[in-house]
Ligand binder design. Structure first.
Ligand code: PMP
Length: 360
């Protein structure tokens, strides 16, 4: 068996020990005689998996007691509607900060459910930098302020926490949750699809402060109503059971590695290997403002785009896949989430160096 270095933006590479444990337990989970996939979500076996997964998530992220953790479906694009459906009822308007494609899409979707104010936008820099808070025009009466903590396509990430006063901060953390330690108490709501740093697709995590529950618009579907899901412990409808199980294994693995502080240090070290080379190379470049560079998704371009296909083919032949950039940006993108080992990034840089020398 040969495993590749998979630089996919998501669904993304998972820790090998997690996949091995899932394989070992596939037919018979801990003597139950069943696969986790076959379990009733209300049976005692799955209930214990569910409870342990939530408790590990709370422990790793330091989720305070006055926050609910919900395991939902619909992904982050679903949340683009579900968030306003649940929160915008508190006044009918919300602030959105645009830092790239994902936050742009969030704002667009929310406009169906209320008044969206673009409080700041990185458009003038072609979304290559995050607008400084001094440029934000926040509405003190907004129901919430929405940001995307890491723009997966543009490779732009917040390395500071906005101050939104009494207005709840809502963050799409799909592509950087669990990659660093955060102060959950500074947010009103955090949402994330699982398929980058937490597990397979199909599971969406929502962490929401208690006082934000109970304001859903009447048109909000019951399965997407945070208050109802909180009352039912995310069991109002059948939750994505297998994805929850794998996320639980990933959380155990992250805990064994030392938790989010250890992940953060490891991720910074990995990203530095790639950015240091991009900065010294005259052949490859990254366009993002240094202070706002993502430690998770690193877009880069070759000096001559006519060489893109050759670069990708050579990478694939060397066991490195999914490096093609998003069609909106072009070029390349290396997604280096928690589960990408430093050896993967080192192998990529070694390949890039060789390619540069051959095509200089
Ligand atoms: N937001 C961000 C930051 C993302 O990276 C993605 C997926 N790449 C999405 C939203 C959309 O997620 P999903 O496809 O799970 O709905």
């Amino acid at each position: 068996m040969t495993r590749v270095f998979n630089f996919s933006p998501g669904p993304a590479t998972l820790p090998e020990p997690v996949l091995r444990q899932a394989a070992d337990e596939m037919l018979d989970w801990q003597g139950s005689g069943m696969s986790v996939m076959e379990m009733s979500h209300r049976g005692k076996e799955f209930m214990s998996i569910h409870a342990q997964t939530e408790s590990l998530l709370r422990e790793l992220l330091g989720v305070p007691a006055n926050y609910k953790v919900l395991f939902m479906q619909g992904g982050a694009i679903g949340e683009n509607a579900i968030v306003p459906l649940n929160l915008i009822g508190r006044g009918g308007k919300a602030d959105y900060v645009l830092t790239g494609e994902w936050s742009r899409r969030s704002a667009k979707e929310a406009a169906t459910y209320g008044t969206v104010n673009i409080a700041a936008s990185g458009e003038s820099s072609n979304f290559m930098a995050i607008p400084a808070q001094s440029q934000w025009r926040l509405d003190p009466d907004a129901a919430y302020v929405h940001i995307c903590s890491n723009e997966t396509i543009g490779g732009v990430q917040y390395h500071w926490l906005p101050d939104t006063g009494k207005v709840p901060l809502v963050a799409d953390m799909s592509s950087d949750i669990m990659s660093r330690s955060i102060d959950v108490s500074r947010y009103g709501l955090i949402y994330a699809g699982a398929q980058k740093n937490m597990g397979p697709s199909g599971l969406t995590i929502v962490i929401v402060r208690d006082d934000l529950l109970g304001h859903a618009l009447p048109v909000c579907p019951s399965a997407f109503n945070y208050q109802i899901q909180a009352e039912y412990d995310s069991m109002y409808n059948t939750p994505p059971t297998y994805a929850i199980y794998i996320a639980g294994l990933v959380f155990q693995h992250v805990k064994r590695l030392g938790g989010l502080k250890a992940m953060e240090a490891h991720n910074a070290q990995k990203a530095a290997v790639l950015y240091d080379y991009l900065d010294e190379s005259a052949f490859f470049s990254n366009p993002v403002a240094r202070a706002d560079r993502s430690l998770m998704n690193v877009p880069f371009k070759l000096k001559d785009p006519a060489l893109d296909d050759e670069f990708l083919e050579g990478a694939q032949a060397a066991g490195m896949i999914q490096l093609k950039g998003h069609r909106l940006v072009g070029g390349m993108r290396a997604s280096i989430y928690n589960a990408m080992p430093i050896e993967g990034v080192q192998a990529l840089v070694a390949y890039m160096k060789k390619f540069e020398v051959a095509h200089r």
